[in-house]
Write a protein that binds this ligand. Structure first.
Ligand SMILES: *[C@@H]1O[C@H](CO)[C@@H](O)[C@H](O)[C@H]1NC(C)=O
Ligand SMILES: *[C@@H]1O[C@H](CO)[C@@H](O)[C@H](O)[C@H]1NC(C)=O
Ligand SMILES: *[C@@H]1O[C@H](CO)[C@@H](O)[C@H](O)[C@H]1NC(C)=O
Length: 317
């Protein structure tokens, strides 16, 4: 009975929501990770300017959040401008991804976060978000946590490739991986007196890099070996982010009558809880993957993919 009621409520909400504007369908919640490069890093990096570039980016993001509220949560789009209703079916209270063949397959280069590190994060995310979102949430598979670096082909600008070309690309990426040092980072406690971007956009989860190469450097090394790659990439070069979960509906306690401020506050609070659970957490990324995503967003939705795994070869950390 209880189950039935809940399902009815979900179904009811889901069908109503399509008509209601602004729709409270929420797009991917992305936890952008702030990298602060230690000054002692490799000389090919330009720590100051990279750091400045990131600061500006995060400042802008937090201004957007505070000025426009969680606008990005309402458009029902993912960071890759795919509509959530196309991506998921919610039926009988369960969420199923709609897998669709990617033609041509998307070819993504991602830094891989191994389960040793991703499982504790995943547990924290699940325990904090699930009670509030019931079934209206899709959790990233914890064995597939990744940071997108560079696309050799993406769905906005598809770049078809033959098998030989794919093999050549994978080999080129392997050579880059061999020259990269493992990224070591930790997640600091959210500190209200940190720069603006940290405090005001508190659902943004920040990581600090202790050692290894800056994402800007990694992307800069990948671009020349993948000369046919789309000029316009999906993410800002400075950013390091991973999706932990995609929110598909409003939280269980209706925020209908609530204003923008409490909407924001609600997410701030959830992410503060998350930060409290995982601060101090340390991780090392040691693998760069060249992934052929045979389904749209295969990495995110447990679709079909071919993974070429490369160890980061530089032993200096
Ligand atoms: C909504 O989530 C809260 C937080 O865990 C929970 O205590 C409450 O029972 C939930 N409400 C409903 C109606 O499911
Ligand atoms: C998560 O990913 C792993 C590795 O690809 C796979 O074996 C597993 O079935 C996935 N889990 C789910 C729930 O799809
Ligand atoms: C918070 O950040 C400020 C400024 O960087 C620093 O002085 C202070 O020690 C930090 N507090 C904690 C608890 O980390």
């Amino acid at each position: 009975m209880l189950t039935y009621l809940r399902m009815a409520r979900v179904r009811n909400w889901w069908s109503n929501s399509r008509a209601v504007v602004p729709i409270w369908v929420i797009s991917a919640i992305l936890f952008y990770s702030l990298l602060q490069l230690a000054l002692r890093n490799s000389s090919s990096d330009k720590p100051i300017s990279n750091q400045e570039q990131r600061s500006r980016l995060y400042d802008k993001m937090s201004r957007d959040l505070d000025e426009h509220g969680a606008a990005f949560l309402k458009h029902g789009e993912t960071s890759q401008s795919l509509s959530l209703s196309d991506l998921f079916t919610i039926k009988d209270g369960s969420v199923t991804p709609n897998l669709k063949a990617a033609i041509p397959p998307v070819r993504a280069n991602v830094l891989y976060l191994s389960p040793q590190y991703s499982i504790p994060i995943s547990k924290a995310v699940r325990s904090i978000f699930l009670p509030h979102f019931d079934k209206m949430i899709w959790f990233q598979n914890s064995t597939m946590y990744h940071f997108s670096m560079f696309h050799a082909s993406h769905h906005i600008t598809p770049v078809p490739a033959t098998e030989e070309e794919i093999e050549a690309e994978a080999n080129a990426v392997k050579a880059v991986a061999e020259g990269l040092c493992p990224l070591k980072f930790y997640s600091p406690q959210l500190n209200k007196s940190y720069p603006n971007s940290m405090a005001s956009a508190s659902w943004i989860h920040f990581l600090q890099v202790v050692s290894g190469m800056d994402p800007i450097t990694i992307r800069a090394k990948l671009r020349p070996v993948l000369p046919r790659a789309p000029e316009k990439q999906l993410y800002d070069a400075a950013i390091l982010h991973t999706s932990f979960a995609r929110l598909l509906g409003q939280p269980n306690a209706s925020l209908e009558e609530a204003d923008k401020t409490s909407e924001l506050q609600f997410f701030h609070d959830l992410v503060t809880q998350l930060n409290n659970q995982i601060h101090g957490f340390q991780a090392t990324v040691t693998e760069l993957w060249y992934v052929e995503e045979l389904d749209v967003l295969a990495l995110a939705l447990d679709g079909r993919m071919k993974v070429h795994k490369f160890q980061l070869g530089c032993s200096k950390t």
